[in-house]
Design a binder for this molecule. Structure first.
Ligand code: ZN
Length: 144
C-alpha cells in the first residue's frame, strides 16, 4: 500500500493480494488516526459480505471468491476494544454487470483499490448496544 497525505485528507492505493482490513488497520494505527470517513473504488476478491437480521441479531454471511469490480466502498473508522475498526459497506459488480453488496467482513485486493480517507479529530469508540445486538458508534466524551 502507498499512502499520500494532502492537507487533511489521504489518498491510498492498496495493491493486488493485500488484505483490505488488516492493511487499513495497520496504516490507521501507524498514523495514529482516531476516526474518519472513507470511500473507494477498484477491484476485490474473496469478499465476505453480510446481511444483518435484527430479529435474531445475526448476520447471514456469504463468501464471493471471484474477482469483482469494487463499484462503491463506503465506510468509517472508529475504535473498538482499543483498536482501529473500519466499518465498511460495499457494492460489487460481476462479469455479467450485475451489482450485489452488503456489510463487508473481509476482502483481498484483486487488482487495485483506491481509497480517499478524511480523518476526524474526535475519539470515536464503538460500544455494545443490547437492543440492536451490535457495537454502535458512541459519541460520549470522556469525563461527561
Ligand atoms: Zn455494516
Amino acid at each position: 500500500m502507498e499512502a499520500l497525505r494532502d492537507g487533511d485528507c489521504w489518498f491510498l492505493r492498496l495493491d493486488k493480494d493485500e488484505d483490505l482490513f488488516s492493511t487499513l488497520e495497520e496504516w490507521a494505527a501507524k498514523e495514529g488516526l482516531k476516526s474518519g470517513h472513507m470511500s473507494g473504488i477498484g477491484a476485490l476478491k474473496d469478499c465476505e459480505l453480510g446481511f444483518y437480521h435484527l430479529a435474531d441479531k445475526h448476520y447471514d454471511r456469504k463468501v464471493f471468491p471471484n474477482e469483482a469490480e469494487l463499484l462503491s466502498l463506503d465506510g468509517n473508522l472508529s475504535f473498538l476494544d482499543g483498536k482501529p475498526f473500519f466499518h465498511i459497506h460495499t457494492v460489487l459488480g460481476d462479469e455479467e454487470f450485475r451489482a450485489y453488496g452488503g456489510h463487508l467482513f473481509s476482502a483481498k485486493v484483486a487488482v487495485t483499490c483506491e481509497i480517499n480517507f478524511r480523518p476526524f479529530n474526535a475519539d470515536i469508540k464503538r460500544t455494545p448496544n443490547e437492543e440492536i445486538g451490535l457495537n454502535l458508534l458512541s459519541f460520549c466524551k470522556a469525563g461527561h
